[in-house]
Design a protein around this ligand. Structure first.
Ligand code: SF4
Length: 238
């Protein structure tokens, strides 16, 4: 997914427009929508486990700071790539989805960070005891986890799959949740704008395609991550 000058300006412009509209949203209105939908966490742990849904947690810069400043864990984040790219890198789906994300030197370009997962696909921070599950960084958990299953897109409230939807929620709890949902949305848009502004163009893959796929199969992936702070190179063994 490589983009140049004019398209980059357009992306910044659109994201700025969305951010201006987001500043006009009212917490009370979002809270009343949340009450109408209804929500109560059943603590099933499904959203954190690898067995059932897409449990990838995209991280904001403030999530990364909070976790790294308050824990001794260094390696908790990974470059974020769409599911189809991840599946192609793992050899379980068609490799053509890699093309827009791979440059002519065979590096895979990623846009942002996500939480690392264990080998079984569960979140790195999920602890299980029998049939119950516990988040080991509950108080420090990322904004996406704090607001799940709600999120804002194009200034509209949306929900992800969750068995807790439809249950009643108190007025106070809905206001707290609505504030977190709106804060998260504003931070996401601010970071998206900075990412677009600092984005460095790359030449898409060409004849190196086959060579790169062979390298991926051997487990060598060099990611180049574009985020709100600029461009980072990071080596990963799959
Ligand atoms: S950080 Fe905690 S709440 Fe978020 S996915 Fe991991 S275990 Fe679940």
């Amino acid at each position: 997914m490589s983009f140049t000058g004019t398209y980059k300006d357009l992306l910044v412009q659109n994201a700025r427009r969305e951010l201006d509209q987001a500043f006009g949203l009212k917490v009370e209105t979002i809270a009343s929508k949340i009450r109408r939908i209804g929500f109560s966490c059943t603590q099933c742990g499904i959203c954190c486990r690898g067995c059932c849904t897409d449990n990838r947690v995209m991280l904001l810069q403030q999530d990364i700071l909070t976790i790294s400043e308050n824990t001794a864990i260094a390696e908790f984040s990974l470059p974020f790539v769409p599911v189809e790219v991840e599946d192609a890198l793992n050899g379980i789906s068609d490799s053509s989805s890699l093309i827009p994300y791979t440059d002519k030197d065979g590096n895979v370009h990623s846009f942002g960070w996500m939480l690392r997962r264990k080998e079984n696909g569960d979140c790195f921070f999920l602890e299980s005891a029998g049939l119950s599950y516990k988040c080991t960084i509950y108080k420090l958990r990322p904004a996406l986890c704090r607001t799940y299953p709600f999120y804002l897109e194009e200034c509209e409230l949306h929900t992800s799959e969750c068995e807790g939807l439809g249950s009643s929620i108190s007025c106070d709890d809905s206001l707290v949740l609505a504030k977190s949902v709106l804060d998260r949305y504003i931070h996401e848009l601010e970071e998206r704008i900075l990412m677009y502004q600092r984005y460095e163009y790359f030449d898409p893959i060409d004849s190196n395609y086959v060579y790169s796929l062979e390298r991926f199969k051997k487990g060598h992936v060099l990611y180049i991550v574009h985020d709100s702070e600029g461009t980072h190179r990071r080596c990963e063994r799959m």
